[in-house]
Design a protein around this ligand. Structure first.
Ligand code: 0WD
Ligand code: CA
Length: 421
């Protein structure tokens, strides 16, 4: 059954990732790739069944897990093509000035995550919707690196099928297992590239606006943990007496391919290995997380089923090999720190009954992107195809012209319509 696996999410120094074993047959052409691509319409809902003919194409996409239990799709080793930084005032810089360095803590460090919440916390304004703007600024600043060497055609300047945030792809990966939160993804086709930008759902906005004080404080704990674990320079130490400012960010920009979808996406990176002998990005990057300490078998099972799914999806996408987790008690004290290798997570969850599977996540994402490519056909920067999903339903979409959903800024359209120097 595993015979055709092309990339496994276990390998960390790799050309392909694959879920649970090393060295699958990487030379094999993926069943979803190029000429051998056969749209697996069995999970697209059809209005009428006409067996053995080309099935009519549906305008909805199923999110049922069973529909995606096939071989792991080709996912090329993500390559970092650049990075950018956002400073304490959320200003963009086309460089790594916000990079931080991982400092290994004691196993039981007793960090107080509540420290500074009232006095040393500057919180990013969540009412400001930045959409894809930072990525688009990065694209303009690095346009010469990105233009296809084969096509000098000015109408197809970017050699990517999709441009988006890593976080949006994470949501797609976890969709077949999500039972609580739906999503809205706005898609615009411009010069042949599909741009995907999230729209906050009404439910998410309500939740954000009515967040209990305890939750607000717990959101701070994650950032405070980063401050305890990261130094600003390779040979300095963390400074827990400083201000936590969540405007600051270091983002990697990676390119990769999922079957026949060429992707360019950016994701925030917490820190990197400070050893000068560490591998190049993204292999030197470290993702930091906090989680409630695990005291019972039920808590362990929930951690495997829900937390590890999200952690795996988020770091697997850009090829970040490890997550360092701080387990905290009810009062926000870190009682233990543990490293999770992304490549070992699928093994770790194997004993969980009816657990999530990396292949389902990746195949769903792949089929969603194929669905978007097929449906979002009009190349027009002011047209938005709004893809919508609620748990226990299919993905649907609606089309919007010159609406409040348009998200490609005029400065970007203007710059990209100009032919490159
Ligand atoms: O406006 C929006 N709807 C979004 C903006 C949604 C998602 C991201 N962004 C932007 C921001 O500019 C941010 O700097 O993306 C950046 C992070 O993007 P990502 O890496 O694609 O997002 P994700 O993987 O969801 O989150 C990575 C980290 C989070 O760390 P944890 O360990 O909690 O997953 O980025 C932070 C957070 O620290 N983060 C955000 N920062 C600013 N704005 C946002 C956000 N909306 N969401 C997560
Ligand atoms: Ca983090």
């Amino acid at each position: 059954m595993d015979r055709h696996r092309s990339r496994s999410p276990t390998s960390s120094s790799h050309h392909h990732y694959s879920p649970n074993r090393r060295g699958g047959d990487n030379r094999r052409r993926n069943h979803c790739d190029g000429a051998q691509f056969r749209p697996s319409n069995h999970h697209l809902h059809q209005s009428s069944a006409t067996p053995r003919q080309t099935p009519p194409r549906s305008q909805t996409l199923s999110t049922r897990r069973e529909a995606y239990e096939r071989d792991f799709p080709l996912y090329k080793q993500p390559v970092e093509v650049g990075c950018f930084s956002l400073d304490s005032r959320r200003r963009f810089f086309n460089d790594s000035r916000q990079m931080r360095y991982y400092v290994e803590p004691e196993r039981s460090p007793n960090f107080d995550l509540r420290d500074g919440y009232k006095e040393r916390y500057v919180k990013r304004d969540e009412n400001v919707k930045e959409k894809l703007d930072h990525i688009l600024r990065w694209i303009i600043a690095n346009r010469s690196k990105l233009t296809s060497k084969l096509t000098t055609n000015a109408s197809c300047p970017l050699d990517f099928d999709f441009v988006t945030w890593r976080g949006h792809l994470t949501k797609l990966l976890t969709t077949p297992y999500e039972t609580r939160e739906g999503w809205l993804l706005a898609v615009t086709r411009f010069n042949g590239t599909l741009y995907i930008s999230e729209v906050e759902t009404e439910a998410a906005r309500r939740e954000r606006e009515n967040r209990p004080e305890r939750n607000k404080e717990m959101m701070y704990w994650g950032y405070k943990f980063e401050q305890y674990m990261c130094a600003d320079d390779t040979n300095s130490e963390p400074d827990p007496s400083g201000v936590v400012n969540t405007n600051e960010a270091f983002c990697t920009v990676v390119q990769t391919r999922l079957t026949d979808h060429k992707l360019l996406f950016s994701g925030e990176v917490d820190c990197r290995d400070r050893d000068p002998g560490a591998p190049p990005p993204p292999a030197c990057y470290v993702e930091l997380k906090t989680s409630a300490e695990i005291c019972t078998p039920k808590q362990r099972s929930n951690f495997h089923r829900f937390k590890l799914l999200k952690w795996w999806a988020q770091s697997f996408l850009p090829g970040v090999p490890r997550v360092v987790a701080g387990f905290r008690d009810h009062d926000g004290t870190v009682v233990s720190v543990e490293t999770f290798q992304i490549s070992k997570i699928s093994q770790l969850i194997k004993n969980e009954y009816n657990c999530w599977k990396p292949t389902v996540c990746m195949n769903f994402c792949c089929d969603f992107l194929s669905f978007v490519k097929r449906e979002a056909t009009e190349d027009n920067p002011s047209v938005v195809y709004l893809f919508s999903w609620e748990p226990h339903n299919d993905v649907t979409y609606s089309v919007h012209r010159d609406s409040r959903y348009s998200f490609l800024p005029d400065w970007y359209i203007k710059e990209m319509t100009r032919s490159p120097e």
